[in-house]
Design a binder for this molecule. Sequence first.
Ligand code: ADP
Ligand code: 5GP
Length: 190
Amino acid sequence: MILIFCAPSGSGKSTFVKHLLTTYDNFELSISATSRAPRGTERHGVEYYFLSAEEFKRLISEDKLVEYQEVYENHFYGTLRSEIERIQAAGHHVIFDVDVKGGLNLKRIFGEKALAIFVQPPSIEELRRRLTGRATDSPEMIEKRLRKASIEMEDAPKFDRIIVNDNLQTALSELDSLLQKQGMIEKSEQ
Ligand code: ADP
Ligand code: 5GP
């Protein structure tokens, strides 16, 4: 199966993904390629494959990407075909953490094989608090992300499922129940 997580930046996608990766052993995160610079402790091949804009454009021309988006100006993000092949060959469920447009594209590509989940923040104000608390972005970048968030929230109803990430434990239990129903995890694994 393919699990697609989308959400405005700061809603808690990475927290959800980390929960799945640390609790269960049959999920693997698809590492995207990006032309943005690494932040903080990020490393090539761990959080992303960090490429120059030129290298990224070459991959596009060689049809090496399943999908890609210019998420912010000159900041490309995309999924390598080789990444999905690698994870499926290992017999694992593929997790995608992508922007809303990319997620809806992936859902269109994979159809019934994919479960698309929108992680919704309780409010834009709470999102601002979390992004400020995370302390990985400049105040200008935070405002840019918040403007994008308001637009992205409008697409939430297009997803298979919306999980509101207000109380984290409640949200993660909701996620686990959903994945159990889908047969992606066993009850005893929790
Ligand atoms: P994303 O991957 O969607 O950008 P993160 O998972 O990095 O978001 O979460 C953004 C920040 O909010 C992090 O500092 C994280 O620890 C915090 N966070 C996540 N979920 C909650 C929650 N339910 N309540 C409060 N803070 C949260
Ligand atoms: P960040 O800069 O916070 O790491 O990511 C910015 C946005 O790009 C996030 O919404 C993230 O989900 C999205 N993103 C990451 N990888 C991909 C990808 O492969 N494709 C698309 N379309 N978006 C991605």
